[in-house]
Design a protein around this ligand. Structure first.
Ligand code: SF4
Ligand code: SF4
Length: 326
């Protein structure tokens, strides 16, 4: 059985599947690495991490949900099935968190469900931690996640070890003659004991007083970059756009770092300051989602750390909370 593939074989596989599905992967864009739909021969196979994650291929930044024309409701177009190539462990584990939110909660999101069913995810192991990354402090194995259909691991110059993790992934590769059908589900994703994890025994009001949130957030610009760039952030709002008697309803990403995010119609805002908004962001990731799902909703991808224009680090804040006993 063939357990390795060369870069050329992977490009050939992606090119052949691109006839039926769109294929997205990391590409160079100036100094940045971006995640884009692009010809497979343009994809990067090195260890660079993309500026943004692959989140938008499950949860687009803007998506039309329904339209109204002359009193008639018209459903949105079907999502386009997509191959997501070279998703990193931090993004795969973020997708696992998203599944809890969009599929395993009280409501099921049919758009997300359909993308989960139809997309093909090919993960790519990291060779080293990049500046700002801290996935291993959160107990993740940077080289492996089983939350994908196929996992690739670089083991030499343009050679990749292949783990086929789902029937969908095994079938896709078998169909293109690259390997036999076999699913390897023997490894798990979250292997080690996390160095950063809140105990979660204190009451919320006690945690609020453990650190000086105002002081930590003095420089925050409220730009929302940390939320837009985060692979686990999933807040959204609806917008209706009307023109010429027709209305389209869109779902758009929103940010808890924006002042109007929790503004009530009465004018009252329960999170009226930057510090209150950031506190909610951190505790949502490290405490509330943990209580609901057993997983931290931060995968240590480091994107918000690298992108914050004023150097605010969610890792430092989480560590400060831990040190204070949270
Ligand atoms: S909070 Fe920051 S480090 Fe954690 S997953 Fe989101 S962007 Fe990555
Ligand atoms: S990226 Fe930095 S400055 Fe912008 S909202 Fe987030 S914490 Fe504040």
């Amino acid at each position: 059985m063939n357990d390795t593939l060369t870069r050329d074989e992977i490009v050939a596989f992606l090119s052949s599947i691109a006839v039926k599905m769109r294929v997205a992967g990391p590409v160079r864009d100036g100094k940045a690495v971006e995640y884009r739909v692009s010809p497979p021969e343009t994809f990067l196979f090195g260890d660079a991490i993309s500026y943004k994650s692959s989140k938008e291929f499950y949860f687009p930044q803007t998506e039309r949900l329904i339209s109204f024309r002359g009193g008639e409701a018209i459903s949105a177009e079907d999502p386009v099935p997509t191959v997501i190539f070279a998703a990193r462990v931090c993004d795969l584990e973020a997708l696992r968190v998203m599944r809890e939110v969009f599929l395993n909660g009280r409501y099921k999101d049919p758009f997300f469900e359909r993308r989960m069913r139809e997309n093909l995810i090919i993960g790519m192991a990291c060779v080293s931690e990049k500046p700002g990354c801290f996935c291993e402090s959160l107990g993740l194995d940077m080289k492996f996640s089983d939350f994908c259909d196929v996992m690739l691991e670089p083991i030499g110059e343009d050679i990749f070890k292949v783990a086929r993790l789902s029937v969908k992934g095994a079938s896709a590769f078998a169909k293109y003659g690259l390997s036999e059908i076999e699913c390897d589900n023997s490894r798990s994703a979250r292997t080690s004991k996390p160095a950063i994890r809140l105990r979660g025994e204190m009451r919320e009001a006690e945690i609020f007083g453990l650190v000086d949130w105002e002081e930590m957030l003095t420089a925050c610009q409220g730009c929302g970059m940390c939320t837009y760039i985060c692979p686990t952030c999933h807040c959204f709002e609806f917008r209706d756009v009307s023109e010429g008697g027709a209305t389209d309803r869109y779902r758009c990403w929103d940010s808890c770092m924006y002042p109007r995010f929790t503004l009530h119609a009465s004018g009252h805002n329960p999170r009226g300051t930057k510090a209150e908004r950031y506190r909610q962001r951190v505790l949502h990731k490290y405490l509330y989602v943990m209580r609901n799902t057993g997983m931290t909703a931060c995968t240590g991808c480091g994107r918000c750390v690298r992108s914050c224009p004023v150097g605010i680090s969610v890792k430092r804040v989480a560590e400060a909370l831990m040190e204070a006993g949270a």
